[in-house]
Design a protein around this ligand. Structure first.
Ligand code: G3P
Length: 218
């Protein structure tokens, strides 16, 4: 499973990339607003930090012409930019045209299997079903991941299932079990994946017992 980090905070991206955990980055207008930084500048900085890895940058326009114009500007920022488009009819049309022009796309704000089917038919590189926001409505977001996986496998669609709106470590393991190709994960959740209280407890005992031997490996 590929791990993308869902943030526009460069220091978090750098830290996780240094560990070797990242296969890409996703941003959205809310994350850009939270960063307080210039959109194009931060996207270029992230792209330079992760050369060759996909970095999703979202259009702000909601009409087809606007999305096409903005998408071309974003795609020109760096080779590894993936243009993020909303799952609307205009967004799907823009996806179809960008795909035919060789621009990679991430169709976002997906909340149903039919929406995901449309994105695949329009050649989306990634589809982003929002797990957490469905869970917020007492609908199991993971069912959507399973349904999309089955539909894409039935028809051999190459669009990658990118589980988004991930809020907990359980979301990550469940999305992996459901066959999502990618999970885009907030930095804090990504770091939590490594934690287990029994690991901490066990390590504490090993450190103490090793000290009692008085030996040194070096
Ligand atoms: O990947 C989409 C994500 O940024 C949305 O997350 O927690 O706002 O639903 P959330």
């Amino acid at each position: 499973m590929k791990f993308f980090v869902d943030t526009a905070e460069v220091s978090d991206i750098r830290e996780l990339h240094d560990i070797g955990l990242l296969d890409g980055v996703t941003t959205n207008p809310s994350l850009i607003a939270k960063s307080g930084r210039d959109f194009k500048e931060v996207v270029q900085e992230i792209c330079a930090l992760l050369p060759g890895l996909p970095v999703s940058a979202e259009v702000a326009a909601t009409d087809y012409d606007g999305m096409m114009a903005e998408g071309k500007v974003l795609a020109a920022l760096a080779d590894n930019v993936v243009v993020k488009l909303p799952l609307t009819l205009d967004g799907l049309k823009a996806c179809k045209h960008m795909t035919s022009e060789g621009i990679r796309t991430n169709v976002t704000l997906c909340f149903s299997a039919n929406q995901a089917l449309l994105a695949a038919k329009c050649g989306a590189t990634y589809i982003s079903p929002f797990i957490g926001r469905l869970d917020d409505l007492n609908v199991d977001g993971m069912d959507l991941i399973q349904d999309i996986r089955m539909i894409y496998d039935n028809y051999d669609y190459q669009t990658q299932v990118l589980a988004a709106s991930i809020r907990t470590p359980n979301h990550v393991s469940q999305a992996a079990l459901a066959g999502a190709d990618v999970a885009t994960i907030p930095p804090a959740v990504l770091k939590k994946l490594a934690s287990h209280m029994l690991t901490d407890k066990g390590l504490e005992a090993f450190v103490k017992d090793w000290a009692s031997t008085g030996q040194s490996i070096l």
